[in-house]
Design a protein around this ligand. Structure first.
Ligand SMILES: C[S@@+](CC[C@H](N)C(=O)[O-])C[C@H]1O[C@@H](n2cnc3c(N)ncnc32)[C@H](O)[C@@H]1O
Length: 248
């Protein structure tokens, strides 16, 4: 899968793309992430990418010309690439959106700066707007790396063990169960006995119940859409869950 990232700060991505899961996925050729310097598509001596807003007001707006040129340049290479603008007014990024994006072969992520980008580029050239949450960042770059990271984890082969993406929070509509590793005793707390039992059926049941319990406690709204079987419902009922994302 290819991610092109249009940005005025291509250097922003150096470290995140070299480390950990993303670094390895790039090294193995499973994903390609290419920061594209918007300033390479400017025509003036100062490589200007912003201008004052029509109608007045605070701040600057990204001019449409260089953005349109950069997007056209990338679309000429691959007309199927989907153009996504990172924007606080976009669809809120979630596991479902990440799954949808992971099925694409190529996305172009556009990072805004200043007050945002000229609306006409959005109208003419952007396929989708994505927000990573209800707060305002200084630029689209941190949002772009969040999207690249979450989507890449779902690309086949990126996580060494396919099961770990399947067990991650949200993949089955629930938060994940708690994890433990050595030592068995730590600060007066022991590892739950069932995890030491070697009984894989019991361990799977305990983990499922912990995931249900945590989701009920912290994100009961998720239970409305989760894929629950009869045992799950009974367990939740015993914990006082009355359906429709709330505790009775
Ligand atoms: C300072 S923000 C602009 C905020 C804009 N004036 C507003 O009030 O909605 C600059 C850029 O950061 C990015 N950005 C800010 N918050 C974001 C969020 N929650 N999700 C995705 N991108 C965001 C967008 O690309 C935006 O164009």
């Amino acid at each position: 899968m290819i991610f092109d990232i249009i940005t005025i700060f291509p250097g922003y991505f150096s470290s995140p793309l070299e480390e950990g899961v993303l670094g390895k996925a790039i090294e193995q050729g499973l994903i390609k992430v290419r920061p594209v310097n918007l300033r390479d598509f400017t025509t003036d001596r100062h490589k200007t990418t912003d201008d004052r807003p029509y109608g007045g007001g605070a701040g600057m707006v990204m001019t449409p010309g260089p953005l349109a040129k950069a997007i056209s340049f990338l679309k000429e290479r691959d007309s199927r690439a989907k153009v996504i603008l990172l924007s606080p007014r976009g669809e809120v990024f979630s596991h479902e959106v990440a799954v949808r994006l992971s099925r694409l072969s190529h996305v172009i992520l556009v990072c805004g700066r200043y007050e945002g980008i000229d609306e006409r580029v959005i109208e003419k050239m952007v396929d989708q707007e994505l927000s990573i949450g209800d707060y305002v960042l200084s630029g689209g770059e941190p949002a772009a790396i969040v999207v690249v990271d979450a989507v890449s984890r779902l690309v086949p082969g990126v996580l060494g063990c396919e099961d770990s993406a399947m067990a991650d929070s949200f993949s089955d509509g629930l938060l994940e169960y708690p994890h433990y590793t050595r030592p068995r005793q730590f600060m007066g707390l022991s590892v739950p006995e069932v995890l030491l039992s070697g009984d894989h059926g019991n361990i799977a049941r305990w983990r499922r119940q912990q995931a249900l319990r945590l989701t009920l406690e912290r994100r009961p709204d998720l239970l409305e859409k989760a894929d629950l079987d009869r045992d799950d419902w009974q367990f939740l009922k015993d914990l006082g869950y009355g359906g429709k994302g709330r505790k009775e």
